[in-house]
Design a protein around this ligand. Structure first.
Ligand code: SF4
Ligand code: SF4
Length: 257
């Protein structure tokens, strides 16, 4: 989508989305359906056999198609099949096994995950390097970081049912944001993007909370949230601030559904 492609649908063989709910909601907001318990049966080739024009999908259970539920998705020219991501650890292994060096890995070299999880792993590894160098460090801090890193790998858990709202009085005082991030998972750019310290996220298993008294409505967090889950409002000016991930010409019409 960021490259200008048009996505007709996302199908998922499991009965639920495999990724983070905040990212799935970001896709839904763009009007793209996420169809769970569906399996791809075949691609329909074009006349010249140089590409495709459609795909046949079906309902499925335990990754087996259910006969009689086949459906055609037409008007497409590509099917992108995703089977999960593998760590990019070739350099790490080479360094250890071929060159016999003390090589430390973090981020995608260890595990593909959210950015915050990679940052936590980087911090954990930094402590381990200090340990190997026989340098002093705060072991409790190392344990706390390690716990956060392990927690960051859990499947997101729903923590709150709906986003925090400002009071009726606060709504009219100054601009504000609503954070539509309801699941605990390893992510917190919203917290460090706020120059007022109005957003707090205490761990990877909590959701960000907002102090509407501290928030001045600068909208910095709207642009910084990778999940596009923060929406800004300036009621007195009749403005809303939407997070978008591709270029839109100024003055374009925007439709809400
Ligand atoms: S709008 Fe600005 S002040 Fe308010 S929470 Fe976001 S970054 Fe902080
Ligand atoms: S930056 Fe904050 S609001 Fe955005 S997805 Fe991450 S935790 Fe949620």
């Amino acid at each position: 989508m960021q490259a200008g492609g048009c996505v007709k649908a996302i199908i998922e063989a499991q009965p639920n989305e495999g990724g983070f709910p905040v990212q799935a909601n970001r896709i839904r907001r763009l009007g793209i359906p996420i169809m769970t318990s569906k399996i791809l049966l075949k691609a329909i080739p074009n006349k010249e056999n140089t590409g495709i024009t459609g795909a046949v999908i079906a309902d499925c259970k335990n990754f087996e198609p259910i006969p009689g539920t086949e459906k055609l998705i037409d008007g497409i020219d590509a099917i992108n099949i995703c089977t999960g991501l593998e760590s990019d650890d070739q350099l790490l292994i080479k360094g250890r096994e071929i060159f016999g060096r003390n090589v430390y890995g973090s981020g995608d070299a260890i595990r593909i995950g959210e950015g915050t999880s990679a940052v936590l792993k980087g911090k954990q590894v930094a402590f381990e390097i200090l340990d190997d160098l026989a340098e002093h460090f705060d072991y409790n801090e190392y344990l706390a970081i390690s716990k956060e890193y392990i927690d960051s790998q859990q499947h997101p858990v729903r923590v709150i049912e709906r986003a925090f709202d400002p009071t009726e009085e606060r709504i009219w005082q100054k601009p504000f944001v609503i954070i539509d991030c309801l699941y605990g998972f390893a992510c917190n750019p919203c917290e460090f993007s706020c120059p007022q310290g109005a957003i707090r996220k205490t761990s990877t298993s909590t959701v960000p909370t907002i102090d509407f008294e501290k928030c001045i409505g600068c909208m910095e967090c709207v642009y910084q949230c990778p999940g596009l889950a923060i929406f800004g409002y300036n009621i007195n000016k009749d403005w809303i601030f939407l997070p978008i991930e591709y270029d839109v010409d100024e003055g374009s019409d925007v439709f809400f559904s």
